[in-house]
Design a protein around this ligand. Structure first.
Ligand code: COA
Length: 475
């Protein structure tokens, strides 16, 4: 009986397999390609020039300041057509913040808005709403990071947008997710504090510290971009848009997850890899600030190098990774530590980390950070030179990969920017300068939205796309 059943199953699965083969043969993709029935493994176009990953995706970019613009800039680098909607006369507030060249858009703005087009629209003007409605019908994604409720107050509720365009994805950055703080306005450092970063950054003896990396703004923008691309992917199956929310508190916490890990460990005993353990300082109820301790299981610390007395960046991050303990001992001139039971095992070293790093520092101080790096990398010891922004700006290898790029701008001239950090073999990013305020208003009305000349004149004459005249402003 069992044999009969197995036989039946075998026959059925053979039939299924034949069906699958037939179906596969019918796939149009198999007809294209290199003549052998397979798609070419390598593009026939030059490296990285076979179109862009997000070609064809249109983004209605209602973002400002940093978090939202980081997201849409990334999507633009990946090939999306990003149409930035700005308030007439003012634009994104960052255009005029931290200005270094009088009369030109600031670096703050230009470095966050590459590869986008700009249209000015007063969203509170009926003719402005007419243009916005057309954009909503045309675009795939609306991205915004206004204060909570601002989009609704414009009349652009989810229901309204979804009715106009059921395929539209509405993606938002907010400071907090649903809960007691959902109505709060939030900037970078607020998010760093609320997301657990500040309480765990800095030295034990000092106050909480914020970090230079914009994990609240740019970090959340990156999270949102992933949400948008995933929603586009899902839309291929469902045909429907959806809401995507990235809250800055959540984004920061996601980047601080090792600290939530430690919070749970601390409830079971001391965090032995923290230098405070070796120093005999008792732990409290919450994860302490760990100075320059490594976040993982391999102890590390920042050590002085030659020139530290005058150069604030003459330091190196040194990791005493267990598998290379032997080479470390040889390099620093302590070969007996390889076998001495007081030093030979990671557990034996934990209470003495401060003294061990002190001894390693005596060695690193005899060389520049680059010499230390060379000596250590030769024997696979992981170290990180503290690179200043000046050194990074001048680093030839970063220029070569396009991670640091020089961009020309009509009103400010040449400036440096960070290019796309994501490298793709078929979708290279060409970094194009940020748009001037309203630079593409006409072409968007005409070419993207298909308004006729008389309609464009009507919209323009209404004042919906231009700054209010001085007297109107004063009144
Ligand atoms: N036409 C007409 N009005 C416009 C407009 C346009 N094109 N673009 C924006 N506005 C209006 C908005 O409708 C809003 O008006 P309302 O308050 O009357 O409804 C107003 O401009 C201000 O928007 P808001 O977002 O409140 O700006 P803000 O400068 O007061 O606050 C933030 C800035 C960043 C604090 C706030 O936007 C915020 O908390 N955003 C979410 C979190 C975030 O992204 N923070 C990080 C920023 S890097």
């Amino acid at each position: 009986m069992a044999k009969k059943k197995r036989k039946k199953t075998k026959v059925a699965s053979k039939k299924r397999a034949r069906k699958v083969v037939k179906l596969a043969a019918r796939k149009p993709a198999a007809k294209k390609g290199n003549g052998n029935g397979h798609l070419p493994r390598v593009s026939s176009k030059p490296f990285g020039q076979d179109g862009k990953a997000l070609t064809g995706v249109q983004i209605l970019d209602f973002t400002h300041v940093q978090s939202g613009p980081t997201c849409t800039q990334l999507l633009a680098w990946l090939g999306a057509d990003v149409i930035k909607v700005e308030r007439p006369g003012v634009g994104d507030i960052t255009r005029g913040q931290l200005v270094d060249v009088k009369g030109a858009d600031s670096l703050y703005f230009t470095m966050l808005n590459h590869n986008k087009r700009s249209i000015t629209i007063d969203s509170k003007h009926p003719q402005g709403m007419r243009v916005l409605n057309a954009l909503i019908k045309k675009c795939d994604v609306l991205v915004e990071n206004f204060a909570p409720g601002a989009l609704d107050r414009m009349g652009l509720t989810w229901d309204y947008i979804h009715k106009l365009n059921p395929r539209m994805i509405v993606a938002s950055v907010k400071g907090f997710g649903p809960g007691p703080y959902e109505d709060c306005k939030v900037y970078e450092n607020v998010a760093q504090c609320a997301g657990g970063s500040a309480s765990t950054t800095g030295f034990r003896e000092g106050p909480p510290l914020v970090t230079g990396a914009q994990i609240g703004d740019s970090g959340t923008g990156l999270h949102l971009a992933l949400g948008i691309v995933s929603a586009l992917f899902q839309r291929n199956r469902t045909g429907r848009g959806q809401k995507v929310l990235a809250a800055m508190q959540d984004g920061v916490l996601n980047l601080c997850r090792v600290k939530l890990r430690d919070q749970q460990r601390i409830e079971k005993g001391p965090l032995t890899e923290y230098s405070q353990y070796g120093e005999g300082v008792p732990f409290g109820a919450a994860v302490p600030r760990a100075g320059n301790d490594s976040g993982g299981g391999q102890p590390g610390w920042i050590l002085k190098c030659k020139g530290w007395e005058t150069d604030p960046d003459a330091y190196i991050y040194f990791i005493t990774q267990a598998p290379v303990w032997g080479p470390i001992c040889d390099l620093i001139g302590e070969p007996t530590w390889k076998t001495d039971p007081e030093y030979a095992t990671p557990r034996a070293r934990l209470p003495k980390l401060k003294a061990i790093f002190g001894r390693i520092e005596q060695w690193t101080m005899t060389m520049t950070k680059f010499e230390v790096m060379e000596k250590c990398n030769a024997v696979d010891i992981p170290v990180g030179p503290i690179l200043s922004m000046k050194e990074i700006a001048e680093e030839p290898s970063l220029r070569k990969t396009g991670t640091v790029v020089e961009v020309d701008h009509p009103t400010r001239g040449k400036y440096l920017s960070v290019g796309n950090p994501i490298k793709m073999s078929d979708s290279i990013s060409e970094v194009k300068r940020s748009p001037l305020l309203g630079e593409h208003t006409d072409e968007i009305l005409k070419d993207v939205l298909g308004f006729k000349a008389n309609e464009i004149a009507e919209i323009k004459n209404s004042g919906a796309l231009s700054a209010p005249k001085k007297e109107e402003k004063a009144a």
